[in-house]
Every structure is written in C-alpha cells, then in structure tokens.
Design a protein around this ligand. Structure first.
Ligand SMILES: Nc1ncnc2c1ncn2[C@@H]1O[C@H](COP(=O)(O)OP(=O)(O)OP(=O)(O)O)[C@@H](O)[C@H]1O
Length: 222
C-alpha cells in the first residue's frame, strides 16, 4: 500500500492513567479506499482504539500514521487542524449542538475551516437526501429522534469529503433497514473517494461488507 494515503499503526500501546484497561495493537494497515470493521464485546476497547487512531487520545507507545501524518509527532494544534481537514468522525453520542438546526450542525465544522460555501451546501443536500433527513434541514436538532440525530452526525462527518472516516456504532439507534442504508452509504462514499473507513459495530451481519475486520478479542494481552 502507499505509505502516504492509508492508515498505518505500529506497536501501539495504551493504558488509561486511572483504571486497569490496556490495549496493544502490534500492527494495522488499511489502504486508501478500504473499509475496516472494528468488532468486539462491550468494554473491549473499540471506542478507545478509535480515539487513539484519530489522535483524540495519545498512545503510551507506538505510532499511528494517517497518510503522511504521524499523529503523535504533531502538536496538539496541528492534530486538531488535521482532524478538521482530513478526518470525519461519527461519535457514539453524536456530539451535536441541540440549539442549532440540522444544516447549521452539518456546516459548522466547515465554518471553522473558513469554508461553508456552495460546494459544502450542495454536498449537504446530496448527503441528507440519501440519508432521508433532507426535510429536517431547518429544524433544531433537539426536535429530532435519536435515529434522525444519528444520521445528521453521519452527514456532518462526510460533508467535507475527508480522507479518513471513523464511525463509532453509527447504526446503534437505527432499525435494520435504515442502519443498512447508513452503512452502505459510508462504504460507497469511502470507496468512491478512495478514503479509509473504520467503523465500530456490534452487528455480525455487517462484517462481510468490510474489506477487513479487527476483533478486539484477537489482540495480544497488553
Ligand atoms: N477515561 C477512562 N479512564 C479509565 N478507563 C476508561 C476510560 N474510558 C473508558 N475506560 C475503560 O476502558 C475500557 C474500554 O472502554 P471502551 O469504551 O473503549 O469500550 P468499547 O468496546 O467501545 O465498549 P462499548 O461497546 O460498550 O461502547 C472499559 O473497561 C472502560 O471502562
């Protein structure tokens, strides 16, 4: 794989300062355009690993590289700027601002990037149509159901066409049919744009859709 476009992890180790949880990931490679499912029982460390891969948590040892960017070699500010530009994140709790409308939530990260222009709006229209939430664009997020909020979080993560997409159980609040729409869209979007997708899931039926699966229970003892 190209060293400058995919995701690479080498000998990553992490322990929370408080508590007993530890993780050791000797090696992970994900080429551009490929999708990885992160599976494992509750409490196995999937969200923790996702945070390590995005630079939201710093490893105790080892390296995470997203394209040419080695996350732990960057300053806090550089990591933040990199995330804003190149990473799309769907958090488990969605991390939406309740008092803003759907479109404001989706475009807010774009404004931080100094760009909320026509391209972003066109892409927002397309994404929200495909996610069946376009009729809510002017509604406050506080007025939406959990499943609708989850899809707003997915649209927000994709609107800037990031090279790396990380999604923490993006179908948890959805019925199977809508969940499948979201997963298919994430996969199709990543493949079309040659982006990397890492998705946490509890659903074994979804695993065959991915190019690779990492099961937390297969990792060596930390
Ligand atoms: N800030 C923290 N400090 C100490 N321990 C933590 C912290 N956050 C999480 N943990 C612990 O780390 C372990 C892994 O948690 P994590 O949320 O990564 O698991 P998960 O696989 O994503 O779980 P779930 O499927 O339930 O979301 C758990 O035992 C959890 O209690």
């Amino acid at each position: 794989m190209s060293a400058t476009t995919g995701l690479q992890v080498s000998d990553l180790r992490f322990a929370y300062p408080a508590g007993d949880f530890r993780v050791h990931l000797p090696r992970l490679e994900l080429a551009a355009g490929k999708a990885l499912a992160l599976a494992g029982p509750s409490g196995a460390g999937k969200s923790t690993l996702l945070r390590l891969l995005t630079g939201l948590l710093a490893p105790t040892a080892g390296t995470v590289s997203l394209g040419a960017a080695q996350m732990s070699a960057m300053t806090h500010e550089a990591r933040r700027a990199f995330r804003l530009q190149h990473i799309g994140l769907v958090f488990q709790d969605f991390a939406l601002l309740d008092y803003l409308t759907v479109s404001e939530n989706i475009l807010l990260p774009h404004q931080f990037r100094g760009d909320a222009g026509v391209t972003a709006r066109t892409r927002m229209q397309d994404l929200t149509q495909r996610l069946h939430i376009d009729r809510y664009l002017d509604k406050r997020v506080s007025q939406l159901s959990q499943g609708e909020r989850q899809r707003v979080a997915v649209a927000r993560a994709l609107v800037h066409q990031p090279q790396f997409v990380f999604a923490d159980e993006p179908t948890a609040s959805l019925d199977p049919a809508r969940g499948r729409i979201v997963v298919d869209m994430l996969l199709e979007d990543a493949r079309q744009r040659s982006a990397c997708l890492v998705m946490v899931t509890h659903d074994p039926n979804l695993l065959p859709l991915f190019d690779q699966t990492l099961r937390m229970e297969d990792l060596p003892a930390a």
